[in-house]
Design a protein around this ligand. Sequence first.
Ligand SMILES: [Zn+2]
Length: 473
Amino acid sequence: MTDLVADTPLSIPDELASNSRQRDDTALIVHPQRLAVLFAPFTAVASWLIPGEAPINPGDYALRTRRVLKSTPLIDGHNDLPWLLRIELQNRIYDGRFDPTQRLLGHTDINRMKQGLMGGQFWSVHVHCDKAQKHFDDPSWLVRDTLEQIDVAKRFIAEYPDVFTYCTTPSCVRTAFKSGKISSMLGIEGGHQLGGSIASIRQAYDLGVRYITTTHNCDNAWATSASTVAAGGEDEGLTVFGAAYVREMNRLGMMLDLSHVSHQTMRDVLSITQAPIIFSHSGAFAVTPHLRNVPDDVLRSVRRNGGIVMAVFVNRFLNMKEPSAVTIHDVVDHIWHLADVAGWEHVGLGSDFSGTPHTPAGLEDVSKFPDLIELLMARGATDDQIRLLVGDNLLRVWADIQRRGEEIQAEGSRPVEDEWEGRKWHTHYRSSPYMYRSTRERAIREGWGEPNQFNVGKTGKHEQKIVKTDEDI
Ligand SMILES: [Zn+2]
């Protein structure tokens, strides 16, 4: 058999339907198998002409998988290893404390990433929601801890330059892949980790973070999380301030992640975003009605939006009723549904390895990605569809988001300065040399500034007399 057979859609997704109709007009693709027989001699000759491309049996899923993953980087959208560096090692990774070249417990180490033929990894820099916070605006150590997560993830990546390449652009991922490296990118898992602050988003971007999960398992200044709704709370969707968050993410060209948010938040964001969105680790709600999963109407919106849903491997999202019975086949079912409804151009892989204790039978760790690809092929996925799924979609979506940000900035759009309406500001600085008369007046009026600090008057000269009244200022 030939390359052509392997690449011929067995079931043509809607996304490709217009192309296939055009091809139907020329009666070229109606019966793929027959076509393969007719053209076999030519395609076989053609394949000999392409260096390194020999004809292969389309039923040889292992060989097809290896060939696809040799030419297209498999990029996983979500792995929580940096979180383990924090909770197990308190971020101390040197002097033999952490050695991912050895076989580790859990789901992730370098040898198994290589066995899994991985080409790229988004490392999640994650800190749990702070249960001690009664309100999301209460002081916490979340932003500090997030900075430390970014730091330790970067140090871990830098420690293995023969294996990993730190990347902040899609083109870097392609280049790293060509040189045999696993590109390594960063994503922050929740607005709580940035204190709900838009200025903090910009700084995270400058530090190299390329996606932000809008919420984790707690609401924040921007949006309602799926967990709130699962616990019986109202689904209030995106907040007014959340719209400003979307605006700044679009302007920065940063990937806005809708995994973990409530269904209304998904719909609200999709109705206003000016750029494609991502789901870094979510399943299909129609297959398993867990609120962490994506309902069909949202999948159709993602298709229109040009975004991507990266399929999660967490048991309880894959089968709520019997999480312990989940296998790799459940993941195939979820991916198939995501692709059916959103189109193969809008699916990806977002394992959540190292972030969950439970993984499906047959998909225990990062070494098992090829097994998943083989099963998808056995179900009828073409090589082209697999290329989209494993990495091409994510790189396209990322590049589109980046380009949209450049366009918005080229239009003269400035950094968003909005703050959450309930934000408290520290005003009690008794010795500030205020710039504005109105501040001095207010400091005196409200008693949070000492009047006698203002010993420089409006003439710019020192004045003996302590100023107390408006006229004196
Ligand atoms: Zn998560």
